[in-house]
Write a protein that binds this ligand. Structure first.
Ligand code: NAI
Ligand code: MG
Length: 362
């Protein structure tokens, strides 16, 4: 039976970079390497223009039924003033929630050809390959109470609440340890157990999970020290697992060790289905819809293509094909091909289509 992909290009450059993924899918299908059937949906401003919502119930249903969802980017000035509940980003939050994707995988890879573009010295980042596993559906972004109370006399009180339960920590830790086994067998768990009760529980549960993975090296690290070490000596890390808030910050910091926003893919995975073992999954570039360059054909398609490679790897276990796509990206960079966002000095740059075609040719 064929495997189904739901493609949600969204807005701005989302539509331009998705085209390059579609060409890749057509090719792998034609070569008999995959048997994907693709469907399309609208999200963000595009969905709002068509249906006055950020994502239609129909498309939510399609996302639930698909083997993997490939998402471009949403948003743009045109929709800055739509009702809050229909703002483009609402599509992302809704889909993440509907799919229950609690594990956000954010690789930070430094392609040797781009080491000069890093904010760090070449020897610190060259060959860097770390994976931050961020808890995505719990913690302080969702905990209740969450409110601002008026205290009178011009004083207010703001409250956010960090809440984690054992099962939430256990399942994200298992994702991290499982992934470490497919990489360099090392997990760091970052929390603030020195000042937070949620950190104490986090550490207790992760240590318990670590006992089930005696072959994987495990180390605890305080989240602030993790930030420092990421900048001081990032290559000491393989997989880092952490909560929603620390993961948001640490993954952005790690990402920027490697160059441009246009290079960064991500995956978000749900729990395995008890019957089939298959996880719901959502793949998207880290960047947004880039309204400043939308429609010009100059967006970097690499983050989008690398997100598709993550789908091959994590949803379909097509490791060899995923490796080939990643190698093709490294190859075109080594050949000196650059879109504007990753161009050094005044080198000639290529557009979205040319970059996509070059990767496909490799
Ligand atoms: P952005 O990521 O869209 O752009 C930031 C800067 O990076 C811009 O200068 C842009 O041209 C550049 N850039 C980003 N991706 C690129 C690529 N693939 N190739 C070349 N250059 C690239 O973030 P910004 O400007 O803060 O937000 C723009 C819109 O996107 C807003 O409406 C925002 O809400 C939305 N957004 C959506 C996200 C999503 O769909 N997941 C994530 C972040 C922002
Ligand atoms: Mg962030």
């Amino acid at each position: 039976a064929s495997q189904t992909l739901l493609l949600l290009p969204g807005d701005g450059i989302g539509t331009e970079i998705m085209v390059e993924v579609e060409k890749l899918i057509d090719w792998t299908n034609a070569e008999g390497l995959t048997d994907f059937s693709t469907d399309h949906g609208l999200v963000g401003g595009a969905a709002y223009d068509a249906h006055q919502v950020a994502v239609s119930e129909d498309d939510v249903e399609k996302a639930r039924a698909a083997d993997a969802v490939i998402f471009g980017a949403v948003g743009g000035p045109k929709w800055d003033n739509v009702p809050y509940e229909h703002r483009p980003e609402a599509a992302l939050l809704r889909l993440r929630k509907e799919l229950g994707v609690f594990a956000n995988l954010r690789p930070a890879i430094c392609y040797p050809a781009l080491a000069e573009a890093s904010s760090l010295k070449r020897e610190l980042v060259e060959g860097l390959d770390i994976l931050i596993v961020r808890e995505l559906t719990g913690g302080v972004y969702f905990g209740e109470p969450k409110e601002i109370t008026d205290l009178g006399d011009g004083q207010k009180r703001a409250i956010d609440t960090q809440v984690y339960e054992t099962y939430e920590i256990d399942r994200i830790a298992r994702v991290a340890f499982d992934l470490a086994r497919t990489r360099s067998n090392k997990v760091h768990s970052a929390d603030k157990k020195n000042v937070m009760k949620s950190g104490v529980l986090w550490d207790e549960v992760v240590r318990g999970v670590a006992k089930d993975y005696p072959d994987v090296a495990f180390e605890h690290i305080l989240a602030d020290n993790a930030a420092m070490q990421l900048v001081r000596n990032p290559k000491q890390f393989d997989v880092m697992v952490t909560d929603n808030l620390f993961g948001d910050i640490l993954s952005d910091a790690a990402a920027m060790l490697t160059g441009s926003l246009g290079m960064l893919p991500s995956a978000s995975l749900g729990a395995p289905d008890p019957a089939t073992g298959k996880r719901k999954a959502f793949y998207e570039p880290v960047h947004g819809s880039a309204p400043d360059i939308a429609g010009k054909g100059i967006a970097n398609p690499i983050a989008m293509i690398a997100s598709f490679a993550m789908a091959l790897r994590y949803s379909f276990n097509m490791i060899e094909l995923a490796d080939r796509v990643d190698a093709a990206i490294a190859d075109v960079l080594a050949d000196g091909l650059r879109t504007g966002d990753i161009a050094q000095d005044n080198r000639k740059t290529v557009g979205t289509e040319e970059m996509g075609a070059a990767i496909l040719a490799k």
